[in-house]
Design a protein around this ligand. Structure first.
Ligand code: ADP
Ligand code: MG
Length: 249
């Protein structure tokens, strides 16, 4: 088993480097995220935001440096892929629900298969989290019968059913019609207020300002700037951050 130290940071990345062939996608990434911390990651398209958070869910291997999640090393030879993946929930831009399963079944499948939880218990947990994302009445519908915002809230509930220590969001509202963005952001705000450790890639800057403890700005595979929201928006240190903020506001 991977060694685990108590009081470990939720995430620690040390000098992480990642290449796609010759393309250097992540460069010298150093990042430590405390338990309960809310991080927003922003930056231009292609800057490595998705790649960074995908490394934390072991969807992308890295070639350099070390990564720890909740004190467990992802980059060592003795890593326990399943154990780590169980601790990390991920919500994507496209909702990735199973179309042939009901909402309830979507929320029950991973706890049943991966955690071997019995059916009654899995259903109870699923209903609990559907309640928390405020769509308990949709439990028996199929994904195609729901709006985009509702589907994304199911995706969040489904991730929560695994009782993750850490939630990763990759542009969770980018594929939604404008009128549905708020309901998904509200669900994320609820989670943040309950103390969930979160890393969110998003361009929703009002969400970033009100929810994030720290905002990370990435450009060309690097972390250019990390700052609390006030400083990030009102007095960004780097030219590249200022340019980016100028473009999106
Ligand atoms: P972002 O999420 O910030 O838009 P990504 O992390 O998706 O950026 O991508 C960063 C860079 O890595 C981009 O230039 C992208 O084209 C490249 N990239 C991402 N995934 C792959 C892949 N599987 N193979 C090759 N290049 C990739
Ligand atoms: Mg991306």
């Amino acid at each position: 088993m991977t060694e685990r130290t108590s009081g470990a940071a939720a995430v620690r990345m040390e000098k992480v480097g990642k290449w796609f062939g010759d393309f250097h996608a992540l460069k010298g990434i150093d990042l430590e995220v405390a338990n309960g911390e809310r991080i927003v990651i922003c930056g231009p398209s292609g800057s490595g935001k998705s790649t960074l958070i995908r490394t934390l869910n072991q969807l992308e291997p890295v070639q350099e440096g070390r990564i720890f999640v909740d004190g467990m090393e992802l980059t060592g030879g003795d890593r326990n892929v399943d154990a780590i993946r169980r601790e990390v929930g991920m919500v994507f831009q496209s909702f990735n629900l199973f179309p042939h399963m009901t909402v309830l079944e979507n929320c029950m499948i991973a706890p049943r298969k991966v955690k071997k939880i019995d059916k009654a218990e899995a259903e109870k947990t699923a209903r609990h989290f559907l309640e928390r994302v405020r769509i308990p009445e949709q439990a028996d519908k199929y994904p195609a019968q729901l709006s985009g915002g509702q589907q994304q809230r199911v995706a969040i509930a489904r991730a929560l059913c695994m009782n993750p220590k850490l939630m990763l969001f990759d542009e969770p509202t980018s594929a939604l019609d404008p009128e549905m963005v708020k309901e998904v952001l509200d669900t994320m705000i609820d989670l943040a207020q309950e103390g969930m450790t979160m890393l969110c890639v998003t361009h929703e800057m009002s969400f970033a300002r009100s929810v994030a403890d720290r905002i990370i700005f990435m450009d060309r595979g690097e972390i250019v700037e990390v700052a609390p929201p006030d400083r990030f928006f009102d007095a960004p240190e780097h030219e590249r951050t200022r340019n980016f903020l100028g473009q999106i506001s």
